[in-house]
Design a protein around this ligand. Structure first.
Ligand SMILES: [Zn+2]
Length: 532
């Protein structure tokens, strides 16, 4: 066994996987735009299966294990690639028929989400339509009906998802892990215990601030809707999961600010102001609502060579402004990779680091400086809006943190004890962490209406870690890059991100990359100081 042989294998693997990755991405993109197309759905299943089959090869996996065991001296780039290849092989060491079965089930669940439109008031309603009612309606009966409609999909998804979880767990146990959840943590280079003790700390630190903020918010909302009862049911809020700050809770709604603005143009202006050009990315994106199109938002790097695509469903509200800034954060990370790195390393260091960049920019739509410089609010308007916007941003972070804790803790139980009373556990957690009153006598699979549990398993912890990294990067930018508390309008910001984050790609493990970029490992204190 020599390093040259290993390098030969890595090159061979890259030659196989790069075109399959591209094909799979393109098929996924096509189906996301036209979810009702049977042929596209079949094409996606085939493409995903071809891609995963590479990692299903038993003989190659034994070879990789042998190389791992001998402790070969490889250079950094080869060692890193070999480790990533190994991690990709592990979860796919299963029978071919089982692999196909899993792919079919996953595609079916994802597509149910893409094409589902809820029954509402005698017709069909899209996610955006129901959310609009939750944002603007003051009649509580109608708010309840809209909230309830957003949960319909859960009943449809839950049985399929539970079957899939059973299969995932069974296969993970065959591979020597306690369950699929623990396996995915390890393969994502995340320490489960460390992550959960961090969550516990964030939960404790955020509790007093969250409780105080929420009781003020609830009082505002109840006054607005003329409610006298003390319960805070979930349809009081504008987000069906209470994961965002309710528009109606602000002194002045930011939705009004964005109702007359061009969200696409503002996204371009934002990135231009920090020295990052997204014109090519905007041209490739698909940004507006369509029948049969996925109702969510995502960014995909098709080929690691510049074909980066964003999908959104823009409406002129603050949520879509923030989502656009978020998705194009992923996109610039992908776009500005280092072309001299090999295919496998021309990718973010970790899901949590690309989320960090997305979140750092996604926060800006509530930033007073951004509202003046980019959204063009007059100074008097900005002064009026900014105090409220600042408060909204802080509230939003607290709300998101408590929501994420709910979802992450629930997902671990979902894999550890899939046979327990999940409908009940869900509302226990919502009540405990989010302080929302469960609907009376509710026994429905409301948890299964959250798309991440179905289509991005064991993912949500990356959002929390991403927020922490975003705050750490921002502090470092203030202190070392722009040497003031300014972010927008500073091309040095983009330069720093390109050189210290984007170009490193996946060549270092995420915490090493973070240390190189900011001078220290992940430190949650920056987030706590900023928002808690
Ligand atoms: Zn994201």
């Amino acid at each position: 066994m020599t390093p040259t042989e290993v390098r030969g294998y890595i090159n061979y693997h890259e030659g196989i996987i790069a075109p399959l990755h591209k094909n799979y991405s393109l098929k996924l993109w096509d189906l996301s735009l036209d979810g009702n197309n049977e042929a596209l759905s079949k094409a996606l299943i085939t493409a995903k299966e071809q891609y995963l089959k590479v990692y299903n090869n038993r003989a190659e996996f034994r070879q990789l294990q042998a190389w791992k065991a001998t402790g070969l001296q490889l250079d950094d780039i080869d060692a890193r690639q070999l480790k990533l290849i190994f991690h990709a092989f592990v979860p796919n060491q299963i029978e071919e028929e089982v692999l196909r079965d899993i792919v079919e089930r996953e595609t079916h669940i994802e597509n149910t989400f893409n094409t589902f439109r809820a029954n509402f008031e005698g017709g069909k309603a899209s996610d955006n339509e129901l959310r609009e009612i939750l944002r603007n309606e003051s009649n509580m009966q109608r708010r309840y009906a809209a909230w309830e409609a957003t949960k319909q999909i859960g009943q449809e998804i839950a049985p399929q998802l539970l079957e899939l979880i059973g299969i995932r767990n069974r296969e993970a146990r065959k591979l020597g892990y306690s369950d699929y959840y623990s396996m995915m943590f390890e393969l994502q280079e995340l320490d489960e215990q460390w992550t959960f003790s961090l969550l516990h700390r964030l939960e404790q630190l955020s509790e007093p601030a969250f409780t105080a903020m929420k009781s003020e918010l609830d009082a505002t909302l109840k006054r607005k809707y003329g409610i006298t009862e003390s319960e805070s049911y979930p349809w009081l809020y504008s987000d069906p999961f209470f994961q965002e700050f309710p528009a109606a809770g602000a002194v002045e709604s930011l939705d009004e600010v964005f109702s007359g603005l061009d969200i696409e143009a503002l996204t371009r202006a934002h990135y231009e102001s920090i020295g990052l050009d997204i014109d090519d990315l905007l041209r490739r994106a698909d940004l507006y609502e369509k029948e049969g199109k996925s109702q969510h938002a995502f960014c995909m790097d098709v080929d690691h060579e510049g074909d980066v695509r964003v999908l959104c469903n823009i409406r002129k509200v603050e949520r879509w402004m923030s989502t656009m800034l978020h998705e194009f954060g992923h996109a610039v990370y992908d776009k500005y990779n280092d072309p001299s790195l090999p295919f496998l390393l021309r990718a973010p260091a970790h899901t949590l680091t690309t989320e960090a960049i997305a979140m750092l920019n996604g926060r800006m739509s509530k930033d007073p400086e951004w509202l003046t410089k980019i959204a063009g609010l007059s100074r008097s308007d900005a002064q009026r809006v900014s105090a409220s916007a600042q408060k909204t941003l802080r509230s939003e972070m607290l709300i998101f943190m408590r929501w994420a804790i709910t979802l992450i803790r629930f997902e671990r139980e979902l894999y550890r004890h899939p046979g327990s009373n999940l409908n009940q556990l869900w509302w226990e957690y919502v009540q405990r962490f989010q302080e929302v009153t469960p609907p009376p006598k509710r026994d429905r699979a409301d948890w299964a209406s959250k798309i991440h549990l179905a289509s991005s398993p064991v993912y949500y912890q990356n959002y929390v870690l991403g927020e922490l990294v975003a705050s750490q990067l921002l502090r470092c930018i203030y202190k070392n890059v722009v040497k003031s508390e300014n972010y927008v309008g500073r091309p040095a910001v983009g330069e720093y991100l390109k050189e210290k984050v984007f170009k490193l790609g996946a060549r270092y493990e995420w915490n090493t990359m973070l240390t190189k970029a900011t001078g220290e490992q992940l430190n949650p204190e920056y987030f706590v100081a900023q928002f808690v």
